[in-house]
Design a protein. Sequence first.
Lengths: 141, 117
Amino acid sequence: MKNEVQVTFPALIENASLARLMVMGVLTPLDVDTQQLTEIKTVVSEAMTNAIIHGYEGNPHGLIELKIELEDDRLAVMIKDNGVGIDDVEQAKQPLFTTKEEEERSGLGFMIMESFTDEFHVDSAPGVGTTVTFERKMVSK
Amino acid sequence: MSIGINVQTQGEIMFVTLTGELDQMTTDQVKLRLMTAMLAHGIKHIVFNLKGLAFMDSSGIGMMLGRYNQVKALGGKVFIIGMNPTISKVFHLSGLHQVMTVIDDEKQMMRVLEEAI
Ligand SMILES: Nc1ncnc2c1ncn2[C@@H]1O[C@H](COP(=O)(O)OP(=O)(O)OP(=O)(O)O)[C@@H](O)[C@H]1O
Ligand SMILES: [Mg+2]
């Protein structure tokens, strides 16, 4: 069984919860526990929120591409923005590193994405944008 | 889904019970509400009850950390009850469980508070 869904969102913060719901929707046929679902939801939320607040810095005219693929028990997700991009991806991935401390960010987004996925990649260039891709094998009950 | 915020104060302690979803869309609302209450009641310690939350991400962690930084200057502490296992893992991986006190069992709350404050 293979399902593939592609959506483009404007960079509005309410679309982070919409993206979470869409990924949960694609996973519906699987019989997996809430723990795994919560982890995936959190990962999607982190990547979407980053695209909106960092990538497009709150500009709602930016567009975010979400691609969700489910093949048997393998989930693959891509979240792509054409925003400001990241200068130093390795530094950005460090736990507690944030460029928005004054806005009470904890710098945990990338740590969360890495911890709760099997494969995780960030492809980013300043002025071009950021693409986050991840994979996770879902374990059925 | 939006957020439900219940705030109760007892002396210098503020008890905050949250329901719904704590993400980037709702954190500012919570922050504003808490800052107002903290100012009005001279709050030093904060107890967050997250048991009723359907979802939370790093935006929520940042919001709690922000309140911690506020009360830290006064020698205050932040306690968290009812964290979901995902956020609990994040706290342990990042070392945040050494910054804010995680209370696993709600029945232990009063004892933990008495010992810590
Ligand atoms: N899509 C993006 N576009 C541009 N910069 C990004 C993007 N995603 C992340 N970043 C940069 O990487 C840093 C680290 O991201 P991360 O998600 O780990 O932390 P944060 O978003 O700052 O805080 P938190 O996720 O805990 O709220 C950000 O502060 C930002 O500078
Ligand atoms: Mg982030």
